[in-house]
Design a protein around this ligand. Structure first.
Ligand code: SF4
Length: 763
């Protein structure tokens, strides 16, 4: 075996200090000498590190980073270097399965697709297409999402389609829309190379995007390091590196951010000329945050006033700033409201659209950006506005269908509502694609019950017999990354191509081929009676997507497979105006908030109520951004006498999502084989718990048991990683989401995984 370093022990690799260009270092891990290398990019997080897949004898034998790529400059982290082993796992699904007499048994593709189509038609004819729902993913390719989006919107005409991105990045999209009028990451990873200060808010980047963290560490090791502020209730590896670590109580992000904004304003650290020219809403923001002096923030959040003031001093005076956010904001209380306040920090100081100044409302999953762009999360493709008749007309023209079939009478159905409709019986066919809600959704006992309902036909499309697939009526085996060709986009808008390197096992098919077959068998037609889906392979699907994206903020029209091949990924928008892509958005300080162009008309951050087109137009945004204010509201469930501790869930560095792939890579699974319960030393002493003791954690919804891990967390808080389900260990209840709560952010509809009330005891 050749390995450039042991990434399990040395997660981020040795330091290569830099200011400006990040040095190239090619990380690799190969088990046998490859006969050929095939261009691809990593799909184990949203960073999108470019890599080549090593192939020998028709099998994947290793990977190496692509030094030429702008995203990772050749670096790879532990998941990128190891998780490909899952492709070679002996327990891959190789034939479709159908439930007969309570058992899943093998069947043919013809029978499986025939059953799916017969059920779809019967349900559509009897109950309308509104009885068919799709719950998809953040892990397939643009070509697949777009095809799925067209099937749902112009073939069936169902509003019930969403991705598991609802659990992951829905708040990123919502906050960008609320502030700027449209989704799209303003910043670029290159901003980290030159910035003077970094804010990681609710983003344990050291564990979730290890290569990006290596880039930050390399800046921190340079002679001119950026100041670093980290906000996290746990003392993570990210927090340990910080100059200032703020550890607020669960659910208090908005109070903390309002305190920071108040200090910026009261200290005179506002660029008033910028605010006047480029924003709307300063007066209301000023009034709202004025209620949050540092002393009150300390009472509510537990963050000492002095620490808050020190952080505000950096944020108020730094000439450039990069902020990143992730699940500590998105999955917590008032998610969109909090994420908007980070946008506000940048707008008050005019720190956006300039080298070294950018916002990265991070994504979690590798291709979740594309779920949002291509219409697979329910929104109209190309960041089009369901509320804008001209946007609907434009799509109807592109697809050559009647406008009436495209669902646009109201907002698309979000995932939590899709499961509720399935529970209530109005959705009767639920097609789950490349995701595992039986481990990842909140309140798992409820989810299992829904998936087992007699009147719900559950289709699961996956490469493994996951906990969800085990409950399905029909299982369609899929090809994984490396076994199919397609494109995807990372957090900083970089589009990569991933070529097929090896054949999928047995009869497994690509997600694209399954969708194309379904569309053919359903006989979806356009207005002229010709087939609705006019593409037949990945490249022709990408060309169709380019037509749909043209003229929109996520414009791919200048990208081709050929241009993505051989060199670096390309950042959208890439079109006639920006033939080489676009490093950062909003360099002209003009935001996509024009009513004819914007993606949505905004919401009340407290209630989630949609603004009407008329209300929105009355702001006369004219390319300005919105400084949306929000006052703090306490979380709906809080510790009490019965359940006295805060509970939150999260990630570990060695695993991705529900471990479907990472648990099948020996080194990753060996490094993190089981769940754990993280407690503060104070709480451990109070409950008589020692390191490694088995601890039962119980909420009003369920319980789990896992070994104790003591330290690096605030007293009163309990943390459990969410990756662990039951396919490889059904002995004890250990899934973190047995305990979480069925509630969600009013704007982004992202469920709450970062707060619940629990009690613990030593088992
Ligand atoms: S940082 Fe993310 S994309 Fe890069 S190698 Fe690690 S898991 Fe893969």
């Amino acid at each position: 075996m050749q390995e450039t370093r042991d990434s399990i022990q040395d997660i981020w690799g040795p330091r290569t200090p830099h200011q400006g260009d990040w040095p190239v270092r090619v990380d690799a891990r190969v088990l046998e000498e490859p006969e050929q290398w095939v261009q691809s990019a990593c799909v184990m997080c949203s960073n999108g590190c470019a890599l080549d897949i090593g192939v020998r004898g028709g099998r994947i034998v290793g990977v190496r980073g692509r030094g030429v790529d702008r995203v990772n400059h050749g670096r790879l982290g532990p998941k990128g270097l190891n998780a490909w082993e899952a492709n070679n796992s002996p327990d891959r699904l190789t034939r479709p399965l159908v439930r007969r007499n309570g058992q899943l048994v093998e069947t043919t593709w013809d029978e499986a697709m025939d059953l799916l189509v017969t059920r779809s038609k019967a349900i559509r004819d009897r109950y309308t297409a509104g009885a068919i729902g799709f719950y998809n993913t953040g892990q397939i390719f643009i070509e697949e999402y777009y095809t799925l989006g067209v099937i749902g919107k112009a073939g069936l005409g169902t509003p019930h389609m969403d991705g598991n991105t609802r659990l992951c990045t829905a708040t990123a999209a919502a906050a960008l829309i609320e502030t700027f009028g449209c989704d799209g990451q303003p910043g670029s990873y290159a901003d980290l190379d030159v910035t003077d200060a970094i804010l990681h808010f609710g983003h344990n980047i050291a564990a979730t995007q290890t290569v990006l963290w290596a880039r930050v560490l390399d800046r921190r090791a340079s002679p001119n390091p950026p100041r670093l502020i980290v906000v996290d209730p746990r003392r993570t590896a990210t927090a340990r590196e910080a100059d200032i670590h703020l550890a607020p109580r669960a659910g208090t992000n908005v109070a903390l951010l309002n305190g920071l904004l108040h200090l910026l304003i009261s200290n005179g650290h506002v660029d008033h000329t910028y605010v006047q020219l480029h924003t709307i809403g300063f007066e209301q923001l000023e009034q709202t945050v004025a209620k949050w002096p540092a002393e009150r923030v300390e009472q509510v959040t537990g963050v000492p006033a002095k620490q808050l003031q020190a952080a505000a001093e950096i944020l108020g005076t730094t000439p450039t700033l990069v902020s990143t956010l992730l699940q500590g904001v998105y999955q917590s209380a008032q998610a969109t409201a909090a994420a908007c306040q980070v946008n506000n920090l940048h707008l008050l100081r005019g720190l956006i659209g300039k080298p070294g100044s950018g916002i990265l409302q991070m994504n979690g999953q590798p291709t979740s950006q594309n779920t949002r762009e291509c219409g697979a999360n329910g929104e109209l493709p190309g960041f089009r506005n369901w509320h804008n008749p001209e946007h609907v007309r434009e799509l109807a023209r592109i697809w050559n269908v009647e406008e009436s079939i495209i669902p646009h009478e109201g907002p698309p159905t979000h995932a939590m509502q899709i499961f509720h409709y399935a529970e209530a019986g109005s959705i009767r066919l639920l097609w789950i694609i490349c995701t595992n809600p039986a481990v990842s959704m909140p309140e798992l006992a409820r989810i299992r019950k829904i998936l087992q309902k007699e009147d719900l036909f559950v289709v699961v499309q996956d490469a493994f017999l996951t906990e969800t697939a085990q409950l399905a009526d029909l299982v369609l085996p899929t090809a994984l990354w490396g076994e199919k060709t397609g494109t995807f986009t990372n957090t900083d808008r970089t589009v990569h191509i991933s070529y097929k390197a090896v054949e999928p096992p047995g009869e497994a098919r690509t997600d694209l081929d399954i969708f194309l077959d379904y569309a053919r068998r359903m006989d979806f037609r356009d207005k002229d009676g010709t087939p609705l889906i006019k593409w037949h392979d990945p490249e022709s699907a990408f060309e169709a997507w380019k037509v749909c994206s043209r003229g929109r903020p996520c414009d791919y029209s200048g990208i081709t497979y050929a241009r993505l091949t051989g060199g670096s990924g390309i950042q959208w928008p890439c079109n006639d105006l920006h033939p080489n892509g676009t490093e950062r958005l909003y360099t002209d300080q003009i935001f996509p908030s024009d009513p004819n162009y914007c993606e949505e008309y905004g919401h009340d951050l407290a209630t989630g109520a949609s603004q009407t087109p008329e209300q929105y137009k009355a702001f006369n945004p004219g390319g300005r951004a919105f400084l949306k204010a929000a006052d703090y509201l306490p979380p709906e469930e809080q510790p009490d006498e019965q359940y006295p501790l805060w509970y939150s869930t999260g990630r570990v560095v060695y695993h991705f999502h529900t471990r479907t792939k990472t648990a099948r890579a020996a080194a990753l699974q060996g490094a993190a084989p089981d769940a754990y319960v993280q407690l503060s030393p104070d709480d451990a002493a109070r409950y008589g718990i020692a390191e490694g003791d088995m601890v039962q954690v119980e909420s009003r919804r369920g319980q789990l048991a896992a070994p104790a891990r003591i330290g690096d967390i605030e007293p009163g808080h309990v943390f459990v990683p969410f990756h662990y389900g039951y396919w490889d260990d059904a002995e004890r209840s250990r899934a973190a989401n047995e305990l979480t709560i069925t509630s969600w952010d009013p704007v982004s509809k992202q469920p709450h995984f970062k707060f619940a009330a629990v009690r613990i005891r030593k088992v």
